[in-house]
Design a protein around this ligand. Structure first.
Ligand code: GUN
Length: 291
């Protein structure tokens, strides 16, 4: 079994980006600038956003954290987004999801200018992605493609089973892997909460991508030998023995599934760090495009 080490791979990617940033600086050009908007005080979201800002510093990007109160009105948030759209100093920005219930997430996603939408969530960018045109590919599926690529995991002609149909992961992942691209050309089955006989389907998979958000959902009896398993889940469960008071669980029962797998991602240290590295890659792309 080979561990698909997202921590190490993302660190390699960040090193590559840092070299490019140093070159941009040397040429006297403006370095990439990412802004991140967070609404409210959700612990997990704050952790993710802070990790994104820290990663910017690490590679030499400029970064701006826009922290807004939980009770901000939708209109106020939309006007904050408008000012980021119009700020020439900022190359790309993200609005961390989920948002409080009184805010229409779709409206917010639509308000981000597609050229600054480094999350790749705007319908214009989702549409381009679906047509296999150059665009910002959202960071989590992009990170999974990159991880499979760097470990030379064959996808062409393989049967990939994606569990979960979210707009952020399951849906784009299934589209991308079915496309004619370097990491792609797979036969993809997308499954979800209404799927019948899921186990019969996952047992046929050469590659399983678990992105449903239920801790340790995928068990060893649901996969065949020599499977590749990508675990996108990251759920906090209480654990009094930990300093933080919680531990992180993926969607895969790692201990048992890893005994059957040829390749598998750990949680933490798998897909999570890759997401951050690919967000930086998209921000670098946004900077280069605006030259
Ligand atoms: N929430 C969970 N994943 C993501 C992501 O990739 N981007 C944003 N903005 N919010 C998220």
């Amino acid at each position: 079994m080979i561990l698909l080490d997202g921590k190490k791979t993302s660190s390699d990617i960040k090193d590559e980006i840092a070299i490019e940033v140093a070159e941009i600086k040397k040429q006297g050009n403006k370095v990439p600038h990412l802004a991140a908007v967070i609404v409210g005080n959700d612990g997990a979201s704050l952790t993710y956003v802070n990790a994104k800002v820290k990663a910017c510093k690490h590679v030499g990007f400029e970064s701006t954290l826009v922290q807004l109160s939980e009770d901000i009105s939708e209109n106020e948030l939309l006007s904050q987004i408008e000012s980021l759209n119009n700020n020439d100093n900022i190359d790309g920005f993200i609005v961390q999801l989920p948002l409080p219930k009184h805010i229409d997430e779709q409206k917010v996603i639509m308000a981000v200018h597609p050229d600054k939408d480094v999350d790749g969530f705007h319908p214009t960018n989702v549409g381009k992605m679906a047509l296999n045109l150059p665009t910002f590919i959202s960071a989590t599926p992009f990170g999974i493609l990159e991880l499979l690529d760097r470990y030379n995991v064959e996808t062409s002609g393989k049967h990939v089973v994606v569990i979960g149909r979210s707009h952020i992961v399951g849906s784009p992942m299934s589209i991308l892997l079915s496309q004619k691209r370097k990491v792609g050309n797979a036969t993809v089955t997308i499954t979800h909460s209404r799927t019948k006989n899921l186990k019969e389907i996952t047992l046929q998979a050469d590659i399983v991508i678990a992105a449903l958000g239920i801790p340790e959902f995928l068990k060893a009896d649901m996969v065949k030998d020599h499977v590749t398993v990508i675990d996108v889940g990251i759920t906090r469960v209480e654990d009094a023995t930990k300093k933080s008071g919680y531990r992180l669980l993926g969607d895969v029962a790692f201990e048992e599934v890893s005994t059957k797998a040829d390749f598998i991602t750990p949680v933490p240290g798998g897909v999570g760090p890759m997401t951050i590295a690919m967000l930086l890659k998209n921000t670098l792309l946004a900077r280069k495009r605006s030259n």
